[in-house]
Design a protein around this ligand. Structure first.
Ligand code: NAD
Length: 479
C-alpha cells in the first residue's frame, strides 16, 4: 500500500487520500470481484492466523490481560473457523439465485446476483481486538470488496501486529490498515466508503452513523447493551451456574454478549447464588487474583467506572479489588433495584446483579424497559416458558441454556436489533451484508408481450386488459 506522500495535492492535507484512492482503483479494476482472488485472500488470511497464532494471542493477552488459552480460542480460532466456513461455501453463497416471475412478465427470466459493494471501512473495538476486526474482514473479502481496517487504539499490541502482518499476507492494494483512535477514525469517516462496519459503544455508534449519513453510506452497527438472563426452578442449577460463570467472567465480563444481569424466580434465588459461589470457586480457586484463567479490567478508566457502579452495594460474592493491577474479583450483587446504576447501563465487567422476579411476565417487563438487548439467555426446561420468551421478546439473539456461544457459530447471523445495533454478519450473512443483492431481469424483444401496455389506450386494449386484471384479482382459492 503506497504511503501518504506529496504526489497528490490532497495527500498533503489528507493523509488517507492516497490509500483510499488505491483501494478504490483496485476495486474498480475488477480484480477483487473474481472468486479466485477472493479464495486466495481467504487462504492467505487463514495462513496469517495459523502462522501467527501465538503472536496474535500473546498480543491480545498483553493488551487486555486475557488468559492465553482464552485468547487462542476467542481471537484466533474463531476467525479461522469463520474463514473455513466462507472457503467451504464461497461459490454457493456468492452465486446468483433464480426468482420466479408472475405470468404478466412472461416470457422473461430473473435472478438475484451478489455484487460487491466497493470500499469497506471496518472499525474495531478493544475487547476482542483480533476477532472483531478480522471476522468482518473475512466476510468483506469473500464478498469481493476492498477493505480499510481501523483497529482499536486501546489494544495497541494487536493494532501494530495486524498493521505489520496484513500487508505481508493480503493484497496490499486491496486491504489497508490505519492505526489510531478517535481523531484518525473521524478523519477516515469524512471520506466516502461504500459500507462501514462498526463494533463498539452506542455513543460512538451514533457518531459513526451520523458521519456515514453525509455520504448516504450504509452501516453495520455492532453495539452493546444489557443482555439479560432468566432462570427458573425447572433447571439443573449447578450446570446453569457453571455456564453463567463461564460466560460472564470470560474476558472478565468485557464481552458484548456477556450475561449482564440475572433474573431468577424467588424459590431458587438463594440456591442459584450458592451455586454461583461454588462455580466461581471451582473455576478460579479461593483467590481468583492468582488464577491464570482470570483476566484483568482493560484500563483505569473502566476499573474506576466499575467501582463506581458497585458503590453502596454489598456484594454477596467477590467485590475484592486491587487497583494497581486492575483486578476486580468475580462479583455477584443481589437486591439491587431497577433504578440502581448497575441496572441503568451496560456493566461490561465482572459484576453480576441477581434480581428476584415473580416469573416470565415480570422478567419480560424488566427487559422491555431497556432497549432491545444483543442477546437474551433463558435457562428453563419448561416448553411453555421458552415459547413465551420466543413469542413475546425481541433481541439480537435468543439462546436457551447456553450463554455467549451462539456468537461463534458461522451459520448463525450475529447482530443486534434496536439499541443493540443493526445489520448482521458471519458466514453467508456476511456475504449478504457486504454485497448488494441485485435483481437481474431479462426479457426477449420478440414476441413483444408489452404491446398491450403501450399508449394509446384503445378500446380493445382496455377491454382485454380489464379482462386479464379481473381474472388476476378474482377470488383466491384459499381466501
Ligand atoms: P468504543 O465505541 O469506545 O470504540 C470502538 C472503536 O471506535 C475504536 O476503534 C475507537 O478508536 C473508535 N472511536 C472512538 N471514538 C470515535 C469517534 N469519535 N469517531 C469514530 N470512531 C471512534 O468501544 P470499545 O470501548 O472499544 O468497545 C466496547 C463497546 O463495544 C461495548 O459497548 C461493547 O458492548 C461493544 N461491543 C459490541 C460488540 C458487538 O459485536 N455487538 C462486540 C464487542 C464490543
Amino acid at each position: 500500500m503506497p504511503l501518504p506522500d506529496d504526489r497528490s495535492g490532497d495527500a498533503v492535507h489528507d493523509p488517507y487520500a492516497v490509500t483510499l484512492d488505491t483501494l478504490r482503483t483496485t476495486f474498480r479494476s475488477g480484480r477483487t470481484h473474481g472468486l479466485d482472488w477472493r479464495r486466495e485472500q481467504l487462504q492467505a488470511l487463514r495462513r496469517m492466523m495459523s502462522e501467527h497464532r501465538e503472536a496474535l494471542s500473546a498480543a491480545a493477552s498483553q493488551d487486555i490481560g486475557k488468559p492465553r488459552p482464552e485468547a487462542e480460542l476467542a481471537e484466533v480460532f474463531t476467525v479461522v473457523q469463520e474463514v473455513d466456513a466462507l472457503l467451504d461455501n464461497l461459490e454457493r453463497w456468492t452465486g446468483s439465485r433464480k426468482v420466479r416471475l408472475p405470468l404478466t412478465f412472461q416470457p422473461a427470466t430473473a435472478r438475484l446476483q451478489h455484487r460487491p459493494k466497493g470500499v469497506l471501512l471496518v472499525i474495531g473495538p478493544w475487547n476482542y481486538p483480533v476477532q472483531l476486526l478480522l471476522s468482518p474482514l473475512a466476510g468483506a473479502l469473500a464478498a469481493g470488496n476492498t477493505v480499510l481496517l481501523k483497529p482499536s487504539e486501546v489494544a495497541p499490541a494487536v493494532s501494530s501486529l495486524v498493521a505489520d502482518l496484513v500487508p505481508r499476507y493480503l493484497d496490499p492494494e486491496a486491504v489497508a490498515v490505519v492505526e489510531g483512535g478517535a481523531a484518525e477514525a473521524t478523519a477516515l469517516l469524512a471520506h466516502r466508503f461504500d459500507h462501514v462496519v462498526f463494533t463498539g459503544s452506542q455513543r460512538v455508534g451514533r457518531i459513526v452513523m451520523r458521519a456515514a449519513a453525509e455520504h448516504l453510506t450504509p452501516v453495520t452497527l455492532e453495539l452493546g447493551g444489557k443482555s439479560p438472563v432468566f432462570v427458573d426452578a425447572s433447571v439443573h442449577l449447578r450446570t446453569v451456574a457453571q455456564r453463567l460463570v463461564w460466560g460472564k467472567f470470560l474476558n472478565v465480563g468485557q464481552t458484548c454478549v456477556a450475561p449482564d444481569y440475572v433474573m431468577v424466580t424467588p424459590e431458587v434465588h438463594d440456591a442459584l447464588v450458592d451455586e454461583l459461589r461454588r462455580a466461581i470457586r471451582a473455576a478460579f480457586g479461593r483467590d481468583p487474583r492468582r488464577s491464570s484463567d482470570y483476566g484483568r479490567v482493560v484500563n483505569d478508566l473502566h476499573f474506576d467506572r466499575l467501582l463506581g457502579l458497585l458503590e453502596g452495594t454489598d456484594p454477596v460474592i467477590g467485590g475484592e479489588h486491587e487497583r494497581s493491577e486492575r483486578y476486580l474479583a468475580p462479583t455477584v450483587v443481589t437486591g439491587v433495584g431497577l433504578d440502581h446504576a448497575l441496572m441503568q447501563e451496560e456493566i461490561f465487567g465482572p459484576v453480576l446483579p441477581v434480581l428476584r422476579v415473580a416469573g416470565v411476565t415480570e422478567a419480560l417487563e424488566v427487559v422491555e424497559a431497556n432497549p432491545h438487548p444483543l442477546s437474551f439467555y433463558v435457562f428453563s426446561e419448561d416448553a411453555q416458558v421458552r415459547s413465551r420468551f420466543e413469542e413475546e421478546s425481541l433481541s439480537g439473539a435468543l439462546a436457551f441454556n447456553l450463554p455467549v456461544a451462539h456468537q461463534s457459530a458461522p451459520g448463525l447471523p450475529f447482530g443486534g436489533v434496536g439499541g443493540s445495533g443493526f445489520g448482521r454478519y458471519h458466514g453467508e450473512h456476511s456475504i449478504q451484508e457486504f454485497s448488494h443483492e441485485r435483481p437481474v431481469l431479462s426479457k426477449p424483444l420478440r414476441p413483444d408481450t408489452l404491446a398491450m401496455l403501450y399508449p394509446p389506450s384503445t378500446r380493445w386494449k382496455r377491454l382485454v386488459n380489464d379482462r386479464v386484471l379481473t381474472r388476476l384479482m378474482g377470488v383466491r382459492k384459499d381466501a
